[in-house]
Design a protein. Sequence first.
Length: 214
Amino acid sequence: MSQFTLVIGNKNYSSWSLRPWLLMKQFGIEFNEICIPLYQPETQSQLSQYSPSGKVPVLIHDKQTIWDSLAICEYLVETFPNLNFYPQDRNARAVARSISAEMHSGFQYLRQNMPMNCCAVLPGKGMTPDVQKDIERITNIWRQLREQFCKEGSMLFGKFTIADAMYAPVILRFNTYGVQLNSVCQDYSEAVLELPAMQQWVEAAKNDNHSQPI
C-alpha cells in the first residue's frame, strides 16, 4: 500500500483535522503528517500547495487528493474494505452514516459559539438557547445509539467507527465548555477521551501556541 500523507491544521483548534487523523490512528493506518499553522501570513500559500479548497484536512495517496474530512473517511472505507470502519450490521451501518453526515453538515450554533480549544477551560461560555438545542440533539443521538446498538464495548456502536471519529471534536468541546452530560453520555465521552490516540492529540495540542480557533 502506498504511503498516505495527511495535511492538518493546529491540533488545539482544528476539529475537522482531528476526525480523519483519529480514524487512521485507531485503525493503525500509517501516514505522514504535515501540520500547517493556521491564521499566519504564509498559511494560504502553504495550503495552496496541497488543498484545492484552501482548507484542511487533506489526504494525499498516490496521485489522489481528497480534501474533506468525511470524504477522506469514505475513501479509506473503499481503500481498506476489510477494515470495519462502519458497523457490520446493515441497519446499524445506515444509522452510522446518517449521524456522521448530520455531524458533517449540522450543529452550526455549537460550532460558532463553542469553537474547539482543547487546552482551554471555559465553563458556560457560548451557551445560548440554540446551542442548547444542538447539545440536546447530540446527546439524544449518543444515548439512543448506546441503548439500541451497543451490546458490548464503549463506543457508539460498541467498537470504534467513523461515527465516533466524527463526534470526537464535540467531546473536546463539551470538556472545554463544561457541558453537563447524563451518565450514558458522560461514560461515552470519557471512553473516547481515554483512547491513546485522543490523548496523543490533546498532548500535542498543549504545545500549540497559535491563538485563533477554527
